[in-house]
Design a protein around this ligand. Structure first.
Ligand SMILES: C[S@@+](CC[C@H](N)C(=O)[O-])C[C@H]1O[C@@H](n2cnc3c(N)ncnc32)[C@H](O)[C@@H]1O
Length: 242
């Protein structure tokens, strides 16, 4: 029997934005810097996780690596796991320039990364989970549960929808981003909603709980951005993935 079933989702295939493209990767930080304060975002994540010097963290979908660099200064080791080799190379170069040596870069993803070291203290993913359709989000959560220590924390931030007022919320969100970053960002958000797999918060609530996570805090912003801090309370009853 092969390692994965023939119906395994191909997470290596880029959907929506092509993060395998060097031009896309090189433009990423400048584009996101127009509407995000990434350093503050990352500090807030690290604060909410109460990261300690001895902790080990995995980030799924680190992109250009801003979070893993900030995290690496506050903990023992970080694993940066991304399906885009181009993103990984870019992030690795930036960390080397900053003299950072405690990050391991892994080409893989939510569904394929095999964590062979000890279970970790925290797993973080920011603006990446929407790359998986909902069934596969469930499998990914089971897998991540298996990589965490009992009591370990899972932080999820992404475009996530509240069901109420979804259309006006999305329109307001796009208008706000367009004011901050110009008309191209509107096209990006439209493509995200059309082609990628951002889902409802109530679906994520259920997926998280069924994968053995307790939702410690959940905040929804303007009906379209969700942040979850979760704790692994149990091994997932359905096992660690497929
Ligand atoms: C929008 S970027 C987010 C980057 C960064 N976390 C941030 O907050 O700016 C999404 C990243 O997730 C990666 N990605 C897409 N699908 C993935 C998967 N199945 N597993 C891990 N990473 C994935 C992409 O290659 C890309 O680097």
């Amino acid at each position: 029997m092969s390692e994965y079933p023939s119906w395994q989702y191909n997470e290596m295939k880029q959907i929506g934005k092509d993060y395998g493209s060097l031009a896309e990767v090189e433009a990423y930080d400048a584009r996101h810097g127009k509407f995000r304060n990434v350093e503050k975002e990352n500090n807030d994540i690290l604060e909410s996780l109460r990261v300690e010097a001895g902790h080990v963290i995995i980030e799924f979908g680190p992109g250009t690596g801003a979070f893993v660099r900030q995290a690496s200064r506050r903990c023992a080791h970080v694993y940066a796991v991304d399906v885009s080799q181009t993103m990984l190379e870019y992030a690795k170069k930036k960390a080397a320039e900053a003299g950072i040596t405690n990050i391991t870069y892994c080409h893989g993803g939510f569904l394929t990364y095999a964590h062979t070291a000890e279970p970790v203290d925290a797993i973080v993913t920011n603006t990446a989970f929407h790359h998986l359709p909902d069934f596969w989000k469930g499998i990914a959560l089971q897998r991540m549960n298996g990589m965490l220590k009992t009591g370990g924390q899972f932080y999820l931030s992404d475009v996530i929808f509240e069901q109420k007022n979804v259309r006006p919320n999305i329109e307001q969100f796009m208008a706000k981003l367009e004011r901050a970053a110009g008309p191209d960002i509107r096209k990006d958000v439209e493509a995200h909603i059309r082609q990628e797999y951002s889902t409802y918060d109530w679906i994520l609530d259920g997926l998280l709980e069924r994968a053995g996570f307790q939702i410690v805090s959940k905040t929804m912003h303007e009906g379209v951005l969700g942040r979850y801090l979760c704790r692994k309370t149990a091994d997932c009853a359905g096992g660690a993935g497929l």
